[in-house]
Write a protein that binds this ligand. Sequence first.
Ligand SMILES: Cc1cc2nc3c(=O)[nH]c(=O)nc-3n(C[C@H](O)[C@H](O)[C@H](O)COP(=O)(O)OP(=O)(O)OC[C@H]3O[C@@H](n4cnc5c(N)ncnc54)[C@H](O)[C@@H]3O)c2cc1C
Length: 431
Amino acid sequence: MKTIQTDVLVCGGGCAGIAAALASARNGAKTLLIERAGFSGGIITAVGLPYFDGLIDKFTGRFVVKGIAQELLVALGAAKEGASHIDDCRKELISKYWSTVYIPNTEEFKLLSDALILKHSDNLSALYHSLAVDVDVKDGRILAVVIANKDGLTRVEAKQVIDCTGDADLAHWAGSPTEKMDPLMPMTMHFRIGNVTPHKEAAAAAKKALIDARERGELPEFYGPGLMYAFAKDEVYVHATRIPGDATSAADFTRAEMQGRKDAWTMFREWKAKVPGFEDSYFITSGPFLGVRETRRIVGEKVLSIDDLQKTNRYDDAIATGCWFLDIHPPKTSLDKPFEGSGFQPKPYDISYRMMLPQKLSNLLVAGRCHSASKEAAASSRVTVTAMALGEAAGCAAALATRAKTEVGLLSGVKVREQLATQNAGPFTDV
Ligand SMILES: Cc1cc2nc3c(=O)[nH]c(=O)nc-3n(C[C@H](O)[C@H](O)[C@H](O)COP(=O)(O)OP(=O)(O)OC[C@H]3O[C@@H](n4cnc5c(N)ncnc54)[C@H](O)[C@@H]3O)c2cc1C
Protein backbone atom coordinates (compact mmCIF):
# COMPACT_ATOMS: atom_id res chain seq x y z
CA MET A 1 0.00 0.00 0.00
CA LYS A 2 1.21 3.52 -0.79
CA THR A 3 2.30 5.59 2.25
CA ILE A 4 2.11 9.35 2.93
CA GLN A 5 3.90 10.89 5.91
CA THR A 6 2.88 14.14 7.53
CA ASP A 7 3.05 15.93 10.88
CA VAL A 8 -0.70 16.40 11.25
CA LEU A 9 -3.57 14.62 9.53
CA VAL A 10 -7.03 16.21 9.70
CA CYS A 11 -9.87 13.86 8.71
CA GLY A 12 -13.04 15.66 7.61
CA GLY A 13 -13.00 19.14 6.09
CA GLY A 14 -16.22 20.50 7.59
CA CYS A 15 -16.62 23.42 10.00
CA ALA A 16 -14.14 21.98 12.48
CA GLY A 17 -11.81 20.39 9.93
CA ILE A 18 -11.14 23.42 7.76
CA ALA A 19 -10.32 25.47 10.86
CA ALA A 20 -8.13 22.67 12.24
CA ALA A 21 -6.16 22.34 9.01
CA LEU A 22 -5.58 26.09 8.70
CA ALA A 23 -4.56 26.46 12.34
CA SER A 24 -2.19 23.52 12.17
CA ALA A 25 -0.49 24.80 9.01
CA ARG A 26 -0.31 28.37 10.29
CA ASN A 27 1.38 27.11 13.42
CA GLY A 28 4.09 25.49 11.32
CA ALA A 29 3.09 21.83 11.02
CA LYS A 30 3.10 19.95 7.73
CA THR A 31 -0.60 19.22 7.44
CA LEU A 32 -2.81 17.02 5.27
CA LEU A 33 -6.60 17.48 5.14
CA ILE A 34 -8.74 14.70 3.77
CA GLU A 35 -12.42 15.11 2.94
CA ARG A 36 -14.96 12.69 1.44
CA ALA A 37 -16.69 15.40 -0.64
CA GLY A 38 -15.15 17.33 -3.53
CA PHE A 39 -14.97 20.50 -1.42
CA SER A 40 -14.56 21.70 2.17
CA GLY A 41 -17.22 23.24 4.39
CA GLY A 42 -19.19 20.24 5.69
CA ILE A 43 -22.68 21.29 6.69
CA ILE A 44 -22.20 24.72 5.06
CA THR A 45 -21.46 23.41 1.55
CA ALA A 46 -22.48 19.74 1.66
CA VAL A 47 -25.93 20.49 3.05
CA GLY A 48 -26.26 24.17 2.21
CA LEU A 49 -26.53 25.77 5.65
CA PRO A 50 -25.58 29.48 5.92
CA TYR A 51 -25.97 30.05 9.68
CA PHE A 52 -22.97 30.89 11.90
CA ASP A 53 -24.63 29.99 15.23
CA GLY A 54 -22.62 29.99 18.44
CA LEU A 55 -20.87 33.24 17.57
CA ILE A 56 -22.85 35.85 19.46
CA ASP A 57 -23.66 36.07 23.16
CA LYS A 58 -27.42 36.65 23.29
CA PHE A 59 -27.12 38.76 26.48
CA THR A 60 -24.49 41.25 25.28
CA GLY A 61 -24.35 40.89 21.48
CA ARG A 62 -20.58 40.39 21.52
CA PHE A 63 -18.69 37.67 19.62
CA VAL A 64 -17.56 34.82 21.89
CA VAL A 65 -15.53 33.25 19.05
CA LYS A 66 -13.06 35.17 16.93
CA GLY A 67 -10.07 33.65 15.13
CA ILE A 68 -10.83 31.72 11.95
CA ALA A 69 -14.64 31.94 12.25
CA GLN A 70 -14.42 35.72 12.35
CA GLU A 71 -11.91 35.70 9.47
CA LEU A 72 -14.30 33.61 7.32
CA LEU A 73 -17.25 35.90 8.04
CA VAL A 74 -15.21 38.94 7.08
CA ALA A 75 -13.90 37.29 3.91
CA LEU A 76 -17.47 36.41 2.87
CA GLY A 77 -18.63 39.97 3.38
CA ALA A 78 -20.91 39.19 6.32
CA ALA A 79 -18.96 41.20 8.91
CA LYS A 80 -16.54 44.12 9.13
CA GLU A 81 -12.79 43.67 9.56
CA GLY A 82 -12.11 43.20 13.30
CA ALA A 83 -15.83 42.54 14.01
CA SER A 84 -16.54 41.70 17.62
CA HIS A 85 -20.23 42.57 18.08
CA ILE A 86 -23.49 41.72 16.31
CA ASP A 87 -23.68 45.35 15.16
CA ASP A 88 -20.43 44.83 13.22
CA CYS A 89 -22.26 42.36 10.93
CA ARG A 90 -24.15 43.24 7.75
CA LYS A 91 -27.64 44.26 8.82
CA GLU A 92 -29.55 42.15 6.29
CA LEU A 93 -27.62 39.02 7.38
CA ILE A 94 -28.43 39.32 11.08
CA SER A 95 -31.23 37.54 12.93
CA LYS A 96 -31.60 39.54 16.16
CA TYR A 97 -34.26 37.11 17.37
CA TRP A 98 -31.86 34.14 17.27
CA SER A 99 -28.76 36.32 17.92
CA THR A 100 -27.03 34.96 14.90
CA VAL A 101 -25.63 35.91 11.52
CA TYR A 102 -25.54 34.09 8.20
CA ILE A 103 -23.41 34.16 5.08
CA PRO A 104 -24.90 35.38 1.79
CA ASN A 105 -23.81 32.43 -0.38
CA THR A 106 -22.87 28.91 0.72
CA GLU A 107 -21.31 28.03 -2.68
CA GLU A 108 -18.78 30.81 -2.21
CA PHE A 109 -17.58 29.07 0.95
CA LYS A 110 -16.18 26.29 -1.29
CA LEU A 111 -14.13 28.81 -3.24
CA LEU A 112 -12.91 30.56 -0.11
CA SER A 113 -11.77 27.36 1.58
CA ASP A 114 -9.98 26.24 -1.62
CA ALA A 115 -8.19 29.61 -1.76
CA LEU A 116 -7.15 29.40 1.90
CA ILE A 117 -5.82 25.88 1.44
CA LEU A 118 -3.84 26.94 -1.65
CA LYS A 119 -2.54 30.04 0.14
CA HIS A 120 -0.90 27.77 2.72
CA SER A 121 0.38 25.24 0.20
CA ASP A 122 3.91 25.38 1.66
CA ASN A 123 2.77 23.12 4.46
CA LEU A 124 -0.93 22.40 3.84
CA SER A 125 -2.32 20.03 1.25
CA ALA A 126 -5.77 18.57 0.77
CA LEU A 127 -7.16 15.41 -0.75
CA TYR A 128 -10.83 15.71 -1.64
CA HIS A 129 -12.89 12.68 -2.69
CA SER A 130 -10.99 10.78 0.02
CA LEU A 131 -12.54 8.82 2.84
CA ALA A 132 -10.84 7.66 6.05
CA VAL A 133 -11.72 3.97 6.28
CA ASP A 134 -9.53 2.40 8.96
CA VAL A 135 -6.89 3.02 11.60
CA ASP A 136 -3.76 1.12 12.57
CA VAL A 137 -3.33 1.40 16.34
CA LYS A 138 -0.52 0.18 18.55
CA ASP A 139 0.12 0.84 22.24
CA GLY A 140 -2.46 3.63 22.41
CA ARG A 141 -1.12 5.49 19.35
CA ILE A 142 -2.59 5.81 15.89
CA LEU A 143 0.28 4.64 13.68
CA ALA A 144 -1.62 5.28 10.45
CA VAL A 145 -5.03 6.15 9.05
CA VAL A 146 -6.03 4.27 5.92
CA ILE A 147 -7.75 6.42 3.33
CA ALA A 148 -9.61 5.32 0.18
CA ASN A 149 -9.82 7.34 -3.02
CA LYS A 150 -9.19 6.98 -6.75
CA ASP A 151 -5.55 6.06 -5.99
CA GLY A 152 -6.83 3.03 -4.09
CA LEU A 153 -5.91 2.58 -0.43
CA THR A 154 -3.17 4.73 1.15
CA ARG A 155 -1.65 4.63 4.65
CA VAL A 156 -1.26 8.12 6.08
CA GLU A 157 1.30 8.12 8.88
CA ALA A 158 0.92 11.26 10.99
CA LYS A 159 2.49 12.34 14.26
CA GLN A 160 -0.85 13.79 15.37
CA VAL A 161 -4.33 13.03 14.04
CA ILE A 162 -7.45 15.20 14.32
CA ASP A 163 -10.84 13.54 13.92
CA CYS A 164 -13.28 16.08 12.46
CA THR A 165 -15.56 13.52 10.82
CA GLY A 166 -18.58 14.62 12.87
CA ASP A 167 -19.13 10.96 13.70
CA ALA A 168 -15.92 10.31 15.70
CA ASP A 169 -15.10 7.64 13.09
CA LEU A 170 -11.40 7.44 13.95
CA ALA A 171 -11.82 7.44 17.72
CA HIS A 172 -14.44 4.72 17.41
CA TRP A 173 -12.40 2.51 15.06
CA ALA A 174 -9.36 2.98 17.32
CA GLY A 175 -11.30 1.56 20.27
CA SER A 176 -11.74 4.72 22.34
CA PRO A 177 -15.10 4.95 24.14
CA THR A 178 -17.87 6.78 22.27
CA GLU A 179 -21.59 7.09 22.91
CA LYS A 180 -24.65 7.41 20.75
CA MET A 181 -27.95 8.59 22.19
CA ASP A 182 -31.32 6.96 21.75
CA PRO A 183 -33.17 8.59 20.13
CA LEU A 184 -30.78 10.54 17.91
CA MET A 185 -31.77 13.95 16.63
CA PRO A 186 -33.26 13.64 13.13
CA MET A 187 -31.42 14.25 9.89
CA THR A 188 -32.62 16.95 7.46
CA MET A 189 -32.46 17.35 3.69
CA HIS A 190 -32.19 21.06 2.95
CA PHE A 191 -33.60 22.28 -0.36
CA ARG A 192 -34.23 25.47 -2.28
CA ILE A 193 -37.20 26.55 -4.41
CA GLY A 194 -36.89 29.33 -6.98
CA ASN A 195 -39.24 31.80 -8.64
CA VAL A 196 -41.52 32.21 -5.63
CA THR A 197 -43.59 35.36 -5.18
CA PRO A 198 -43.74 36.21 -1.46
CA HIS A 199 -47.34 36.13 -0.22
CA LYS A 200 -48.70 36.84 3.25
CA GLU A 201 -50.76 33.63 3.29
CA ALA A 202 -47.84 31.43 2.17
CA ALA A 203 -46.57 30.21 5.56
CA ALA A 204 -50.05 29.21 6.81
CA ALA A 205 -50.96 27.54 3.51
CA ALA A 206 -47.62 25.70 3.39
CA LYS A 207 -48.12 24.41 6.92
CA LYS A 208 -51.65 23.20 6.12
CA ALA A 209 -50.41 21.46 2.96
CA LEU A 210 -47.83 19.53 4.99
CA ILE A 211 -50.34 18.56 7.67
CA ASP A 212 -52.73 17.31 4.95
CA ALA A 213 -49.95 15.35 3.20
CA ARG A 214 -49.01 13.73 6.51
CA GLU A 215 -52.64 12.78 7.19
CA ARG A 216 -52.82 11.12 3.77
CA GLY A 217 -49.67 9.12 4.67
CA GLU A 218 -47.51 10.85 2.06
CA LEU A 219 -45.14 12.67 4.44
CA PRO A 220 -43.81 10.81 7.50
CA GLU A 221 -42.29 13.54 9.73
CA PHE A 222 -41.59 17.22 9.27
CA TYR A 223 -41.03 20.51 11.04
CA GLY A 224 -42.29 23.83 10.12
CA PRO A 225 -42.82 24.70 7.31
CA GLY A 226 -39.97 27.18 8.14
CA LEU A 227 -39.96 28.97 4.79
CA MET A 228 -36.87 31.20 4.75
CA TYR A 229 -35.98 33.84 2.18
CA ALA A 230 -32.31 33.79 3.18
CA PHE A 231 -30.62 34.03 -0.21
CA ALA A 232 -33.00 36.02 -2.43
CA LYS A 233 -36.43 37.60 -2.28
CA ASP A 234 -37.90 35.08 -4.72
CA GLU A 235 -36.13 31.99 -3.38
CA VAL A 236 -37.29 29.83 -0.50
CA TYR A 237 -34.77 27.88 1.52
CA VAL A 238 -36.37 25.02 3.42
CA HIS A 239 -35.19 22.87 6.32
CA ALA A 240 -38.54 21.29 7.11
CA THR A 241 -37.73 17.63 6.39
CA ARG A 242 -37.10 15.39 9.41
CA ILE A 243 -35.68 11.93 8.93
CA PRO A 244 -35.04 9.78 11.98
CA GLY A 245 -32.10 7.41 11.58
CA ASP A 246 -28.45 6.64 12.25
CA ALA A 247 -25.91 8.03 9.78
CA THR A 248 -23.16 5.74 11.10
CA SER A 249 -24.95 2.80 9.49
CA ALA A 250 -24.34 2.82 5.71
CA ALA A 251 -27.67 1.12 5.03
CA ASP A 252 -29.65 3.42 7.27
CA PHE A 253 -27.90 6.52 5.90
CA THR A 254 -28.79 5.42 2.37
CA ARG A 255 -32.42 4.84 3.32
CA ALA A 256 -32.52 8.24 5.04
CA GLU A 257 -30.94 10.03 2.07
CA MET A 258 -33.63 8.58 -0.23
CA GLN A 259 -36.38 9.47 2.24
CA GLY A 260 -35.08 13.03 2.59
CA ARG A 261 -35.08 13.54 -1.16
CA LYS A 262 -38.60 12.07 -1.47
CA ASP A 263 -39.95 14.25 1.35
CA ALA A 264 -38.37 17.38 -0.14
CA TRP A 265 -40.09 16.71 -3.47
CA THR A 266 -43.40 15.89 -1.76
CA MET A 267 -43.25 19.25 0.00
CA PHE A 268 -42.35 21.11 -3.17
CA ARG A 269 -45.14 19.49 -5.22
CA GLU A 270 -47.73 20.13 -2.50
CA TRP A 271 -46.74 23.76 -2.25
CA LYS A 272 -46.58 24.34 -5.99
CA ALA A 273 -50.13 23.01 -6.26
CA LYS A 274 -51.61 24.69 -3.20
CA VAL A 275 -49.64 27.65 -1.85
CA PRO A 276 -50.18 31.19 -3.16
CA GLY A 277 -46.99 32.53 -4.75
CA PHE A 278 -45.61 29.04 -5.56
CA GLU A 279 -47.56 28.56 -8.83
CA ASP A 280 -44.54 29.18 -11.10
CA SER A 281 -41.86 27.94 -8.73
CA TYR A 282 -39.26 25.27 -9.53
CA PHE A 283 -37.07 22.95 -7.47
CA ILE A 284 -33.51 24.32 -7.57
CA THR A 285 -31.47 21.84 -5.54
CA SER A 286 -31.27 19.64 -2.48
CA GLY A 287 -28.25 18.41 -0.55
CA PRO A 288 -25.91 17.29 -2.07
CA PHE A 289 -25.72 15.45 1.29
CA LEU A 290 -28.37 14.78 3.89
CA GLY A 291 -27.60 16.84 7.02
CA VAL A 292 -26.60 14.85 10.10
CA ARG A 293 -27.12 16.52 13.45
CA GLU A 294 -25.98 13.85 15.85
CA THR A 295 -24.32 10.44 15.89
CA ARG A 296 -21.38 9.27 18.02
CA ARG A 297 -19.58 11.52 20.47
CA ILE A 298 -16.41 10.58 22.28
CA VAL A 299 -16.50 9.99 26.00
CA GLY A 300 -13.32 11.96 26.51
CA GLU A 301 -10.98 12.82 29.36
CA LYS A 302 -13.62 15.35 30.46
CA VAL A 303 -17.28 15.55 29.44
CA LEU A 304 -18.99 18.92 28.90
CA SER A 305 -22.06 18.78 31.14
CA ILE A 306 -25.27 20.71 31.56
CA ASP A 307 -23.81 21.87 34.89
CA ASP A 308 -20.94 23.49 32.95
CA LEU A 309 -23.51 25.48 30.97
CA GLN A 310 -25.79 26.36 33.87
CA LYS A 311 -23.02 27.36 36.29
CA THR A 312 -20.59 28.60 33.60
CA ASN A 313 -17.81 26.58 35.23
CA ARG A 314 -14.39 28.00 34.40
CA TYR A 315 -11.44 25.86 33.29
CA ASP A 316 -7.77 26.89 33.22
CA ASP A 317 -7.39 24.84 30.07
CA ALA A 318 -10.43 26.32 28.31
CA ILE A 319 -9.72 26.56 24.59
CA ALA A 320 -13.11 27.66 23.24
CA THR A 321 -16.38 29.28 24.26
CA GLY A 322 -19.92 28.06 23.61
CA CYS A 323 -23.06 30.19 23.86
CA TRP A 324 -25.93 28.62 21.82
CA PHE A 325 -29.17 27.55 23.49
CA LEU A 326 -30.18 23.90 24.07
CA ASP A 327 -31.29 23.22 20.51
CA ILE A 328 -32.63 19.64 20.65
CA HIS A 329 -34.59 18.64 17.54
CA PRO A 330 -36.98 15.73 18.17
CA PRO A 331 -37.07 12.90 15.57
CA LYS A 332 -40.80 13.50 15.00
CA THR A 333 -43.16 16.13 13.64
CA SER A 334 -43.28 19.46 15.48
CA LEU A 335 -45.11 22.49 14.17
CA ASP A 336 -44.56 25.56 16.24
CA LYS A 337 -40.92 25.49 17.27
CA PRO A 338 -38.02 23.44 15.92
CA PHE A 339 -36.64 22.33 19.27
CA GLU A 340 -38.02 20.48 22.29
CA GLY A 341 -37.28 20.87 25.98
CA SER A 342 -36.49 24.04 27.89
CA GLY A 343 -34.43 25.74 25.17
CA PHE A 344 -32.23 26.95 28.06
CA GLN A 345 -30.01 29.87 27.01
CA PRO A 346 -26.60 29.69 28.74
CA LYS A 347 -24.23 32.58 29.31
CA PRO A 348 -20.94 32.08 27.44
CA TYR A 349 -19.30 28.97 28.88
CA ASP A 350 -15.83 27.38 28.79
CA ILE A 351 -14.97 24.28 26.78
CA SER A 352 -11.90 22.53 28.18
CA TYR A 353 -9.09 21.07 26.07
CA ARG A 354 -9.79 17.71 27.73
CA MET A 355 -13.24 17.66 26.05
CA MET A 356 -11.42 16.99 22.76
CA LEU A 357 -9.14 14.30 24.18
CA PRO A 358 -10.37 10.74 23.67
CA GLN A 359 -9.53 8.10 26.23
CA LYS A 360 -6.78 5.54 25.61
CA LEU A 361 -5.13 7.34 22.66
CA SER A 362 -2.17 9.69 22.93
CA ASN A 363 -2.00 11.28 19.46
CA LEU A 364 -5.66 11.91 18.59
CA LEU A 365 -7.87 14.97 19.14
CA VAL A 366 -11.57 15.01 18.29
CA ALA A 367 -13.09 18.36 17.28
CA GLY A 368 -16.49 19.47 16.00
CA ARG A 369 -19.86 18.06 16.93
CA CYS A 370 -18.42 14.72 18.12
CA HIS A 371 -16.36 16.23 20.98
CA SER A 372 -17.03 14.96 24.48
CA ALA A 373 -20.34 16.31 25.81
CA SER A 374 -23.55 15.04 27.35
CA LYS A 375 -26.58 14.96 25.04
CA GLU A 376 -28.04 18.15 26.53
CA ALA A 377 -24.76 20.08 26.55
CA ALA A 378 -23.99 18.97 22.99
CA ALA A 379 -27.35 20.40 21.90
CA SER A 380 -25.64 23.76 22.49
CA SER A 381 -21.98 23.01 21.67
CA ARG A 382 -22.70 21.16 18.37
CA VAL A 383 -23.29 24.31 16.27
CA THR A 384 -21.11 25.61 13.42
CA VAL A 385 -19.04 28.34 15.04
CA THR A 386 -18.35 26.35 18.20
CA ALA A 387 -17.16 23.53 15.91
CA MET A 388 -14.83 25.99 14.15
CA ALA A 389 -13.44 27.19 17.49
CA LEU A 390 -12.78 23.60 18.58
CA GLY A 391 -11.16 22.82 15.22
CA GLU A 392 -8.90 25.85 15.46
CA ALA A 393 -7.83 24.85 18.97
CA ALA A 394 -7.17 21.26 17.88
CA GLY A 395 -5.07 22.38 14.90
CA CYS A 396 -3.06 24.74 17.06
CA ALA A 397 -2.52 22.00 19.69
CA ALA A 398 -1.42 19.44 17.10
CA ALA A 399 1.19 21.83 15.72
CA LEU A 400 2.42 22.74 19.22
CA ALA A 401 2.75 19.06 20.14
CA THR A 402 4.67 18.33 16.94
CA ARG A 403 7.04 21.23 17.54
CA ALA A 404 7.62 20.09 21.15
CA LYS A 405 8.21 16.51 19.94
CA THR A 406 5.39 15.27 22.14
CA GLU A 407 1.78 14.20 21.54
CA VAL A 408 -1.50 16.03 21.91
CA GLY A 409 -2.55 13.77 24.78
CA LEU A 410 0.49 14.86 26.80
CA LEU A 411 0.17 18.55 26.02
CA SER A 412 -1.15 21.02 28.59
CA GLY A 413 -4.38 22.70 27.47
CA VAL A 414 -3.17 25.81 29.32
CA LYS A 415 -0.30 26.09 26.80
CA VAL A 416 -2.77 25.69 23.91
CA ARG A 417 -4.91 28.48 25.39
CA GLU A 418 -1.85 30.75 25.67
CA GLN A 419 -0.93 30.11 22.05
CA LEU A 420 -4.51 30.71 20.85
CA ALA A 421 -4.57 34.02 22.73
CA THR A 422 -1.64 35.25 20.60
CA GLN A 423 -3.74 34.50 17.50
CA ASN A 424 -6.96 36.33 18.45
CA ALA A 425 -8.55 32.97 19.25
CA GLY A 426 -9.42 30.76 22.22
CA PRO A 427 -12.05 31.40 24.89
CA PHE A 428 -13.76 34.79 25.13
CA THR A 429 -15.82 34.12 28.25
CA ASP A 430 -14.32 36.75 30.51
CA VAL A 431 -13.89 39.81 28.30
C1 LIG B 1 -29.92 19.84 9.09
C2 LIG B 1 -29.01 20.55 10.02
C3 LIG B 1 -29.26 21.87 10.34
C4 LIG B 1 -28.38 22.55 11.17
N1 LIG B 1 -28.63 23.85 11.42
C5 LIG B 1 -27.67 24.57 12.05
C6 LIG B 1 -27.80 25.98 12.13
O1 LIG B 1 -28.78 26.56 11.68
N2 LIG B 1 -26.78 26.65 12.71
C7 LIG B 1 -25.66 26.03 13.20
O2 LIG B 1 -24.75 26.70 13.67
N3 LIG B 1 -25.55 24.69 13.17
C8 LIG B 1 -26.52 23.95 12.60
N4 LIG B 1 -26.38 22.61 12.51
C9 LIG B 1 -25.26 21.98 13.22
C10 LIG B 1 -24.05 21.78 12.30
O3 LIG B 1 -24.21 20.60 11.61
C11 LIG B 1 -22.78 21.59 13.07
O4 LIG B 1 -22.56 22.77 13.72
C12 LIG B 1 -21.54 21.41 12.23
O5 LIG B 1 -21.77 20.71 11.05
C13 LIG B 1 -20.50 20.66 13.02
O6 LIG B 1 -19.28 20.75 12.33
P1 LIG B 1 -18.40 19.47 12.12
O7 LIG B 1 -17.16 19.94 11.47
O8 LIG B 1 -18.32 18.68 13.36
O9 LIG B 1 -19.25 18.56 11.11
P2 LIG B 1 -19.51 18.77 9.56
O10 LIG B 1 -19.62 20.21 9.24
O11 LIG B 1 -20.65 17.88 9.24
O12 LIG B 1 -18.19 18.21 8.87
C14 LIG B 1 -17.81 16.86 8.88
C15 LIG B 1 -17.01 16.61 7.61
O13 LIG B 1 -16.34 15.36 7.67
C16 LIG B 1 -16.46 14.71 6.42
N5 LIG B 1 -16.32 13.27 6.71
C17 LIG B 1 -17.13 12.51 7.48
N6 LIG B 1 -16.63 11.28 7.61
C18 LIG B 1 -15.46 11.26 6.91
C19 LIG B 1 -14.49 10.26 6.70
N7 LIG B 1 -14.60 9.04 7.24
N8 LIG B 1 -13.42 10.56 5.93
C20 LIG B 1 -13.31 11.81 5.36
N9 LIG B 1 -14.21 12.79 5.53
C21 LIG B 1 -15.28 12.53 6.33
C22 LIG B 1 -17.81 15.12 5.91
O14 LIG B 1 -17.91 14.98 4.51
C23 LIG B 1 -17.88 16.57 6.37
O15 LIG B 1 -17.36 17.48 5.41
C24 LIG B 1 -27.27 21.89 11.73
C25 LIG B 1 -27.05 20.54 11.43
C26 LIG B 1 -27.90 19.90 10.58
C27 LIG B 1 -27.63 18.50 10.23
